[in-house]
Design a binder for this molecule. Structure first.
Ligand SMILES: [Zn+2]
Length: 324
């Protein structure tokens, strides 16, 4: 087996308005962790990249399981630091922070929180940055508008130089660590964090069960098991929303105007029309179009079925299984 050692050459800078400096160090190390293992590499079974960088000691479990689940990178600890104890000193600005991407799942979660909390107690966190969400057409504008209309605070930190590289974007590797990164950032504002969806490919309750599912590392940081570990490290409560199909159905029935307004589209020029122009629509619009059909129990056409079965599908892997 050929081994290559690399260091991440892209650094992150996250401006945060609240939080302890050690918390910033934690966020920075998670960011460099994400960058290092998303380094543009060719996924070849004979090549395994070794990455040495600063990862907090508390992430040891997560890193170890990640290394076992996938075959492209091997992550090592260079230095370790004790960070959990500092998390207690973070000034909590909000009773609850909802990670808000502007998509249907975080939208459905926000509406459910609104039925349990006062508006003034809720903040939505939308992260801006070169490759975090910036590729979506007008997304930030829509997000601002929704928060404004609903009367909830929008927190919109910027992540600079979050360059995951072409390769990562192509194969969706960045998704592996995105959730984890966002949770760490949200912890700077609140110890109660809510998330729209959960891609646990196994619904398993321990790490060893995860190993039985090849490819599960692709959604590793979004799995419940990693989020539970993160909750423990960060001393936070993490609430997870319903499935994508339930979220779509809920919005269709109760807030069709919001479902229409929210948009996550990869097309940089203009939003796609998956209904009328299927072949030119982006993966995100195709996926959302299919969720609407599934929520209404409308049978899928042959090209749509082909899409769900392909690697282009951006929805819940569990959903794909039904059509294989
Ligand atoms: Zn699109």
């Amino acid at each position: 087996m050929l081994k290559v050692s690399v260091f991440p050459d892209k650094m992150f800078y996250i401006p945060c308005t609240v939080g302890d400096s050690t918390y910033h160090a934690l966020a920075a190390s998670v960011c460099s962790f994400a960058t290092a293992i998303n380094y543009p590499i060719e996924p070849h079974p004979e090549i395994r990249i070794e990455s040495d960088f600063d990862v907090p000691l508390q992430f040891a479990d997560i890193v170890e399981k990640y290394n076992r689940l996938q075959s492209y990178t091997e992550v090592h600890f260079v230095r370790t630091s004790e960070v959990s104890k500092y998390v207690d000193y973070i000034e909590e600005s909000w009773p609850i922070v909802n990670l808000f991407s502007g998509g249907k799942d975080s939208m459905a979660k926000l509406l459910s929180i609104l039925s349990q909390y006062e508006k003034r107690d809720i903040a939505c966190m939308y992260v801006r940055g070169t490759t975090i969400n910036a590729e979506f057409v007008d997304e930030y504008k829509v997000v601002r508008q929704i928060c404004n209309n609903l009367g909830v605070q929008l927190l919109d930190p910027i992540v600079y130089h979050a360059d995951y590289g072409d390769y990562s974007l192509k194969v969706r590797l960045r998704a592996i660590w995105r959730n984890m990164l966002l949770i760490v950032m949200a912890r700077g504002y609140s110890s109660r964090i809510s998330i729209g969806d959960n891609y646990d490919p196994t619904f398993c309750t321990d790490f060893s069960a995860l190993e039985a599912y090849p490819g599960s590392f692709m959604n590793f940081s979004a799995t419940k098991i990693v989020q539970d570990s993160l909750a423990q490290i960060l001393r936070a409560e993490i609430e997870i929303g319903s499935s994508e199909i339930e979220n779509t159905r809920f919005l269709m029935r109760h807030h069709p105007e919001i479902l229409k307004a929210i948009r996550s589209c990869f097309n940089p020029i203009q939003p796609c029309d998956a209904e009328r122009n299927w072949s030119n629509a982006c993966r995100k619009c195709k996926t959302n179009h299919i969720y609407v059909k599934l929520a209404e129990n409308v049978p899928l056409s042959e090209p749509e079925l082909e899409f769900v079965r392909s690697k282009e599908w951006l929805g819940d892997p569990q959903e794909r299984k039904r059509f294989l």
